[in-house]
Write a protein that binds this ligand. Structure first.
Ligand SMILES: NC(=O)c1ccc[n+]([C@@H]2O[C@H](COP(=O)([O-])OP(=O)(O)OC[C@H]3O[C@@H](n4cnc5c(N)ncnc54)[C@H](OP(=O)(O)O)[C@@H]3O)[C@@H](O)[C@H]2O)c1
Length: 279
């Protein structure tokens, strides 16, 4: 037995996030023969991947043994169609690990007759390169062993943090779940601004992408906080200070909101939407 447990693991949904997790598990030593993938319209690429590693795409019911873990990685809209079949194949020792955005534990539990161990996780897209971060929350039925097992499954895609309350999941979704899109937008805006400042389009895009990814990597590798890294490249009266004077302008004479104000509004909007989707 390793950190991933010892029983069968059923992955329901092998789309973007499901396949990122699957590849992370294999890379971290989860035995392929323990994995079952259920996706009625699995892509050719994922089918080939499963074949190459000896991962089963057969119906897990044919084994006659309930899975130890069901990882639910389908879109929230199809969950109600998928959950009844998962309820039929789960056993008393099964834990359900859901990565679906905006679906509460109680809305998932309603599909199960037995008191089901359910763990909710919110990953993000850098999971595809093993650099994601997932926030987890377990219901009271989940045992410490099941929590550790699910944490290990999510750790294969990056870092993990545990939440003390499920209500924090909306804010987590708004910060780290949707956050990569804000960073990609930053690269787009920086490229467009570079073009406006006179750079050829391709050069502006290259400079912007390399800057955002390089700064992200520097932040990742450095022990310094983002604020310290920013201060370190800002000489008083220099070019960076001139730009930050616009981005960080707090109210006052400027009619423009600061980046901080805009980001706060954006994160609030995402958190509200996450809450709406859950209700
Ligand atoms: N992508 C993200 O950044 C992100 C971040 C956090 C959480 N999530 C959550 O992760 C979940 C998956 O998102 P995704 O981006 O990976 O979506 P996706 O790429 O659309 O993957 C969902 C997969 O589930 C498959 N599927 C549909 N019906 C199914 C069924 N009855 N049984 C089994 N599989 C079925 C889909 O097949 P078809 O393509 O044929 O429909 C697809 O391959 C969502 O709930 C989302 O909220 C995603």
């Amino acid at each position: 037995m390793n950190q991933f447990g010892k029983g069968a693991i059923l992955l329901a949904g092998a789309g973007r996030m499901g396949s990122a997790l699957l590849k992370g598990w294999i890379a971290h030593g989860l035995e392929p023969e323990r994995i079952f993938v259920q996706d009625p319209l699995i892509s050719e690429e994922m089918r080939d991947y499963c074949r190459e590693y000896g991962i089963s795409t057969a119906d897990i019911q044919s084994t006659g043994t309930p899975p130890e873990v069901i990882v639910l990685a389908v879109k929230p809209q199809v969950m109600d169609a998928v959950l009844p079949s998962l309820a039929r194949i789960s056993g008393p020792g099964t834990v359900l690990l859901s990565i679906a955005a905006g679906r509460t534990i109680s809305s998932i539990a309603a599909h199960f007759v037995q008191d089901m161990a359910i763990i909710r996780a919110m990953p993000n897209t850098p999971s595809a390169i093993g650099r994601g971060i997932s926030a987890l929350y377990a219901n009271q039925t989940a045992t410490p062993d099941q929590s550790r097992q699910c944490e290990a499954l999510m750790t294969a895609a990056g870092e993990t943090v545990w939440l003390e309350s499920e209500t924090l999941m909306d804010a987590v979704t708004a910060v780290s779940g949707s956050g990569p899109a804000y960073v990609f937008l930053l690269a787009e805006c920086l490229a467009a601004a570079g073009e406006a400042a006179g750079l050829p389009k391709d050069l502006a895009a290259k400079l912007a992408c390399a800057t955002v990814s390089g700064a992200g990597e520097l932040l990742h590798q450095s022990d310094l906080s983002p604020a310290d890294l920013r201060r370190n490249v800002t000489s008083p009266g220099g070019t960076t200070a001139a730009a930050l004077g616009i981005l960080m302008a707090e109210g006052g004479a400027s009619a423009m909101p600061s980046l901080n104000d805009l980001m706060t509004e954006a994160v609030m909007a995402a958190a509200r939407r996450s809450h709406e989707l859950a209700s």
